[in-house]
Write a protein that binds this ligand. Structure first.
Ligand code: ZN
Ligand code: ZN
Length: 343
């Protein structure tokens, strides 16, 4: 078999109806991963008759382990629950071309056939626009398999549009979220109230930012407006003001069990205040990147390009739950008005 025909059988084969159905199933699993608070990757393993043997979602976020790629999770399940014969005759379907680690897991786990959706390069194109992007540029999964001591049949990319749609939607919705992806009505009402505090801050002569702290029953403990202008300090961000109030007026227990709601994603200073003040849960409205788009280099608020509040809050020594962005349109409304009319 010449190179061209080898390529024909490998990458460019038409998917059988059975393969297509099962690959589509892995894409559904990738969407389910997002619904469960993880990254949009899914993989399944099926026997030669097309019966699904195992399914696995990415569990990197909820499992707090960045090695929990869907395919590696699946291969770990396979080697502990299936016989070598079952794995050797099975096909693995994955929504996205496996990375080097996952391709290696397939090789070492004894798999002989794999079908994938979008390519690693397709994925990189989607994720590279995001500052949190950590995707490998990739050597291509075939290059990994080709270095092994047995032939592994690979087919892909396939159903690229369907597979990418999950990723595009995921990043458009703000990327990785904590499991509390949907706001509870209770959270939503309190976040809306923080946006009202931002409006009041402007009425009181300051910048359009507001934050509040609520107990687990949703009772408001403290509120804070921005006071940069009237307080003559550019450090008087709403969230830092709030955390200063909290540490001097509340008990450590009250702060530890409270949720902070802020109209806009906190900057590095404010995120640090939350960490050092003992907060464990935070919900925010619009993102810092979105704010930057609106303020530009405005002298009253030269918004930082930002590392993302999660990168600050998740770099600490305890887990802080973060949820956002939410209510983006409501939260950004005042900014669209304010920054154009104040010089
Ligand atoms: Zn991987
Ligand atoms: Zn701040």
């Amino acid at each position: 078999m010449g190179l061209v025909s080898a390529l024909m059988t490998d990458s460019m084969t038409e998917l059988s109806a059975q393969d297509e159905r099962l690959l589509r199933r892995s894409i559904e699993v990738s969407a389910s991963a997002v619904a469960n608070g993880n990254m949009p990757f899914g993989a399944i393993m099926a026997d030669p008759d097309g019966n699904v043997l195992l399914e696995a979602e990415n569990t990197g976020i909820t499992g707090r382990n960045d090695l929990n790629h869907a395919e590696t999770v699946l291969m770990n399940m396979a080697v502990t629950t299936l016989t070598p014969e079952q794995i050797a005759t099975a096909t693995l379907y994955t929504s996205c071309e496996p990375c080097a680690m996952c391709a290696g897991a397939m090789y070492w786990g004894g798999l002989n056939r794999m079908v994938y959706g979008m390519s690693e390069i397709d994925l990189l194109e989607i994720t590279s626009a995001d500052p949190d992007d950590q995707n490998m540029r990739g050597v291509g999964c075939r290059n990994i398999f080709d270095t092994g001591q047995r032939y592994i049949e690979v087919s892909g990319p396939h159903l690229v549009e369907e597979a990418s749609a999950v990723h595009i939607a995921f990043w458009a919705a703000g990327g990785p979220q904590d499991p509390t992806l949907e706001l509870s009505p209770h959270d939503e009402a309190l976040l809306r109230r923080a946006i009202d505090v931002a409006t009041r801050s402007v009425a009181n002569g300051n910048l359009p930012f507001g934050a509040l702290l609520a107990d687990p029953d949703g009772n408001v403990l403290l509120e804070a407006e921005n006071s940069d202008i009237t307080g003559k300090s550019t450090l008087n961000h709403a969230e830092t003001n709030l955390m200063r109030l909290a540490v001097s007026n509340l008990t450590a227990e009250q702060i530890a069990t409270a949720t902070l709601y802020t109209s806009c994603e906190p900057c590095a200073m404010c995120s640090g205040s939350m960490y050092w003040g003992g907060l464990n849960r935070m919900v925010y409205g619009m993102s810092e990147h979105h704010l930057l788009e609106i303020t530009g280099a405005h002298h009253l608020n030269p918004t930082m390009r930002g590392v993302g509040c999660r990168n600050v809050l998740h770099s600490g020594q305890r887990r802080i739950e973060v949820s956002g962005p939410h209510l983006i349109e409501e939260a950004s409304q005042i900014h669209h008005h304010y920054w154009g009319t104040h010089t």
